[in-house]
Design a binder for this molecule. Structure first.
Ligand SMILES: Nc1ncnc2c1ncn2[C@@H]1O[C@H](COP(=O)(O)OP(=O)(O)O)[C@@H](O)[C@H]1O
Ligand SMILES: [Mg+2]
Length: 245
């Protein structure tokens, strides 16, 4: 439900970070078996940024992604998504926020195999309560934006890996989220298809999309404008492209 906002509030909405992680820890297990998967993480991402999170296996990337994606709650600290303190939300509200504000992109695409590209893309809109005719229109529009309008009626099995990932990106964009959250988006793709997906991310970034991407591939990370490096549950560097170390 849309509540009216004043001009001041609207300005604040433009200025506030898309996400803000404050002193977040995530602890698994207890006592001797305790693992601090996140150990005092602070991270702010502004609208329109294209950020890569990198680090060795076990450094905490997936745990941080789960917090950012509202799939898991921090053990301590705060996580604000588009100004909303996620600790104040119940499960149902979190599911709604996830659906409205975040477009997820996964390593293995997670498309529904026997369902046409257009219907895969329209699915989140059905959950959001958008009517059928408009779902179709919007799905076609985002498929066009990822260069796949001619494949709208193809099923995932009839598409290459790179094309399937583009369908998944179209699905992630369908509900016009505040950010794309991608976990190893090129992990299942060959070099050529990976480069095409990164070209698409570039294009979306230049169109103003906010993109947070987790990757362990340094050449993929180098395509982002900002690279955040994790080690042992902490951020050990946070660099803008072109800036000195
Ligand atoms: N559900 C869990 N239970 C216990 N330990 C976990 C769990 N998930 C992750 N960990 C541990 O937390 C640390 C960070 O893991 P993870 O976030 O998956 O790292 P990455 O994605 O960078 O490989 C690792 O030591 C991992 O073993
Ligand atoms: Mg991981």
């Amino acid at each position: 439900m849309a509540t009216p906002v004043s001009a001041e509030q609207a300005d604040a909405a433009v200025d506030r970070p898309v996400l803000r992680v404050e002193e977040v820890t995530k602890v698994y297990g207890r006592n001797d078996a305790e693992v601090r998967a996140l150990d005092g993480v602070n991270l702010s991402v502004q609208r329109g940024e294209f950020l890569a999170i990198v680090g060795a296996s076990g450094s905490g990337k997936s745990t941080l992604m789960n917090v950012i994606g509202c799939l898991d709650a921090p053990s301590s600290g705060r996580y604000l998504l588009d100004g909303i303190d996620t600790a104040l939300m119940d499960e149902h509200q979190l599911a709604q926020i996830r659906n409205r504000k975040i477009g997820f992109v996964f390593q293995n695409f997670n498309l529904i195999a026997r369902t046409r590209a257009i219907d895969n893309v329209a699915m989140p809109l059905a959950y959001a309560g958008v009517h059928r005719a408009e779902r179709r229109q919007r799905a076609l529009r985002v498929l066009d934006a990822v260069g796949l309008s001619e494949r709208a009626t193809h099923r995932p099995t009839e598409l290459s890996g790179g094309q399937q990932q583009r369908v998944a990106i179209a699905r992630a964009l369908a509900a016009d989220p505040v950010m794309l959250l991608a976990d190893e988006p090129t992990g299942a793709l060959d070099t050529q298809a990976s480069a095409e997906i990164m070209d698409l991310f570039d294009q979306l970034h230049h169109a103003g999309r906010t993109i947070v991407m987790i990757t362990h591939e340094l050449d993929v990370a180098s395509r982002a404008e900002r690279v955040v490096r994790m080690q042992d549950g902490r951020i050990i560097s946070d660099q803008l492209k072109g800036a000195a170390a």
